[in-house]
Design a protein around this ligand. Sequence first.
Ligand SMILES: O=C(O)CCC(=O)C(=O)O
Ligand SMILES: [Fe+2]
Length: 275
Amino acid sequence: MDLESSNLEISSERLDLAEKDLRTVGFHIVENVITAEDADKARQATLDLAETEAQNGKGSIYGEDKIRRVWALVSKGTIFCQLIQHPTVIAIWKRFLGEDVIASTFTANIVGPGAPAGGWHIDYPYWAMSPPFPEGSLTGQTVWMLDDFTPDNGPTACIPNSHKMLRRPKPGEAEKHQMAVATAPKGSILFTNGAIWHQCLPNTTKQSRVGLLGMYNRSVIYPQEDMPRQLTDQQLENQSDMLKQLLGRKMEFRDPDNDLTWRRTETGFDTPDAS
Ligand SMILES: O=C(O)CCC(=O)C(=O)O
Ligand SMILES: [Fe+2]
């Protein structure tokens, strides 16, 4: 399944603005990164996958059993392999997180009809860290909108500037601040500073709201999902260098005592240097 795709190039002026927003207010929306037709294709692929997983007892369900998560998308469809390395996404995260950026997790979050709010939180790795968190740019979240995000269908909401608090919200604290609601046409992306306080809002409509969540890290931060294991060695062979980098398959682990360099494989480590 190939993306028709639009807007592959992002201008350097737009990159400057995205970076500035991610550092200041903490988020930035790029509209129509892919066409509505491509968003529809990705949405259908996601819903088919979720349906199969529901039948097989896979995936996770939360939010009064109305929000469904599909994990480890890279192994579950070529369209997801394309989206995780979309040039606009890579350009923004390379700018914010460095040329050696890696992926931490790529999942679907399907907010079903009648779902409650997801609950204010911060994402991994921050929830796994003791505050105060380090300043600067460590991670970034990418919310692919595969439906039009409207005020009523469970859009993502953020507390502007909350990433500067360098800690998680206390219970009831986020509610005291003015939130910003990310509404945009399907095919758009909400980029957020990984330390921002956020949640999905209630879905009071009769349709599911489908979003994909791609978290990207500076390469020194251990990913949330075991990204290197998402594709087999054989599946990875014909993939781009960018995807290999995102999955942590190009990362080098030096073994100076034996004058070797190790890299991750589908199950463990291998060294191209070994004879
Ligand atoms: O799907 C969304 O709008 C956000 C969900 C979220 O924040 C999460 O799953 O960590
Ligand atoms: Fe989140």
